[in-house]
Design a protein around this ligand. Structure first.
Ligand code: 0PR
Length: 392
């Protein structure tokens, strides 16, 4: 650290230079991110309330009450009135909380296992590693949908939890949640839904007359849901969400903190100190956009998704992996040739996509910052690359 502090102007100048290499969402070349620019109003509110700490809710009773109100609002969106929940650092923390609950609710199981689709996000591997849970991964069918028969075969007397995904990381697909629920009927198994990405898309897609299978608390067997404000919720980065049907679980397995300045309380977070500003900002974002505002944003993302899909269909040598169900487009080669070279060449031209080698696909996520003109430029470059690489 230098001895004397710098002037603000000097700090700003240095930062500008140092951060020059960062990509920004607005240029349009970030096509593989599940995050986006937060809504302006959210940023303003966040800055105003940046020092609120929900790690000591007794000191911030207003913020804590606002969080409860927001959870209840989201509960209604996910078809259950009386849920509890909490905002987290992101989907990984929310999934970790869910996995811990699944394990804690079954102390009788000495070697706990959780069954997930093999399309599950890496956060389940992390959680399993941290919690000493064995992860059993069910395969996918040729159409990239979950192989339910294989999923069922992995359920046994050590299974403390199962996971379904509503908006997979690689393709944005929705697992057959009702069917998974039927597989665990009358079994004491915790059922978690990872809707980190889909949570703030699916309720609005339904309004746009897309056929969306039941995926939320409307399915009786579902115990908890991850849904992230910082993905399609246009919330502050980072902010995730964990929502739980049965409030009594917190009393059973919550961590007790007796010494806080604001008084004793119970929580199930991994973190202690926790941003209140991100929660207040998300409350404001929901108030500002309303249901119809979200519908409008999701519609634009889906219109762009359809546009990109039709363009991909017209390029010889590549094809859609599957018809998009949400705003994620998976691209692969027609011949089965590796997608890696295409991804490499796209990167050289500054197109930042997600590459999933295990499925031989590159993923375009049509987030709110992605404009039709960005996609037109992308298609132009992609066409040139396919020709240059002689992909047929
Ligand atoms: N569940 C699902 C279905 C996800 O897709 C993700 C992350 C998570 C959980 C974990 O969420 P957090 O990252 O909030 O902990 N999905 C994105 C992905 O892996 C994360 C991401 C976001 C990656 C922005 C890149 C990026 O630029 O693709």
């Amino acid at each position: 650290m230098q001895e004397k502090g710098l002037e603000k102007q000097e700090i700003l100048r240095i930062l500008e230079k140092k951060l020059e290499k960062d990509f920004s969402y607005s240029t349009g070349s970030v096509l593989g991110s599940m995050c986006t620019e937060p809504l302006d109003l959210g940023v303003e509110i966040y800055m105003k309330y940046i020092s609120k700490n929900l790690g000591d809710p007794g000191l911030f009773l207003g913020t804590a009450a606002l969080e409860e109100e927001l959870v209840s609002e989201i509960g209604k969106l996910f078809n259950e009135k009386n849920i509890i929940g909490t905002f987290t650092t992101g989907g990984s923390e929310a999934n970790l909380i869910a996995m811990r609950i699944a394990k804690k609710l079954r102390p009788d199981i000495k070697s706990p296992e959780v069954v997930v689709p093999c399309s599950a996000h890496i956060s389940f591997d992390k959680a399993a590693d941290l919690l000493g849970i064995k992860l059993r991964k069910a395969t996918l069918n040729d159409n990239f949908e979950l192989n339910l028969t294989h999923f069922e075969s992995l359920i046994n007397r050590n299974t403390c939890g199962v996971v379904g995904i509503a908006g997979t990381t690689s393709l944005g697909l929705i697992d057959p949640i009702e069917e998974i629920g039927t597989l665990i009927k009358d079994k004491d198994i915790f059922f978690h839904i990872d809707a980190a990405f889909g949570g703030f898309i699916l309720p609005f897609l339904k309004k746009l007359n897309y056929t969306i299978p039941a995926w939320d608390f409307s399915v009786n067997a579902v115990d908890s849901i991850t849904a992230d404000p910082h993905k399609m919720g246009l919330g502050i980065i980072p902010s995730g969400g964990f929502f739980l049907r049965d409030p009594s679980i917190l009393q059973k397995i919550g961590f007790e903190i007796p010494y806080l300045a604001g008084g004793n309380f119970k929580h199930f977070h991994i973190v202690g100190t926790r941003s209140g500003g991100t929660v207040i900002a998300f409350w404001a974002i929901l108030k500002s956009l309303g249901f119809n505002g979200f519908v409008k944003i999701v519609k634009r993302c889906m219109d762009n998704t359809k546009y990109l899909s039709s363009q991909i269909n017209d390029i010889t040598g590549i094809k859609l992996v599957t018809n998009p169900v949400t705003n994620v487009v998976g691209i692969t080669t027609e011949s089965g040739e590796s997608i890696c070279k295409i991804d490499e060449d796209l990167r050289k031209r500054n197109w930042m996509l997600g590459k999933f080698e295990e499925f031989n696909l590159i993923r375009v996520v049509i987030m709110p910052h992605v404009q039709k003109s960005h996609l037109q430029n992308f298609i132009e470059d992609l066409t040139k690359i396919i020709k240059k690489l002689k992909i047929t």
